[in-house]
Write a protein that binds this ligand. Sequence first.
Ligand code: ATP
Length: 212
Amino acid sequence: MIEVKNIEVLIKSIEILRGVSLTLAPGEMIGLVGRNGAGKTTTIRALMGLAPLKDGEILVDGRSIDHLKPHQRAALGIGYLPEDRRLVPLLTVEENILVPSWAMPQIDHKKRLAFAYDLLPEIATMRDRKALQLSGGQQKLVALARAIMAGTKVLLLDEPFEGVAPALSQRVSEVIGALRGEKLAVLIAQSEVNHAAKMLDRSYSIERGTSI
Ligand code: ATP
């Protein structure tokens, strides 16, 4: 269970988040919806430890994770799909997917990789290609596989449907939908809910750095 309690985040001394609260329980698919610039990415970055809190707290299973670095949060089973994918261009598809597992000695890497390939067989066929050889949409799928690799408990997906062709966004939806039943908590940030509307249990709205 993740609890975000009234967090505030400053970027370059400007208050970007000014009171965001949400909860995310195992098995839930939750939306975080707001227009561009509302603070969705910053909320997810704060959850990953990439944007320091000025106030408020983030708890996982009742314990504060504020002192944990991003790789330590990955080790807790939190997977992250950044909006801009952030693959390492010169690494292969498989190496990119395995990156978060370097911080996770407790998981069976082979088994988890097989699970990711099972969900995304089209990625398995590209495993030896360098990330820079892929299209933007293919890179999104690889970044999703990488998030699934780490996300044994929680998946934080920042605009998973953005910048991909309609057929591919349908695939992204199917893959996310197939994770239901895995007892995963999934947070999907979107500026519009159209793609994920049916699969969401509920949504939070975010406006000017405040959740509603
Ligand atoms: P988008 O989908 O456009 O990324 P968002 O809801 O995810 O929107 P954020 O990326 O969290 O919004 O940004 C929230 C606000 O913080 C915006 O006004 C943005 O301009 C500002 N912001 C974010 N990062 C920085 C930064 N590094 N420097 C300055 N301002 C920033």
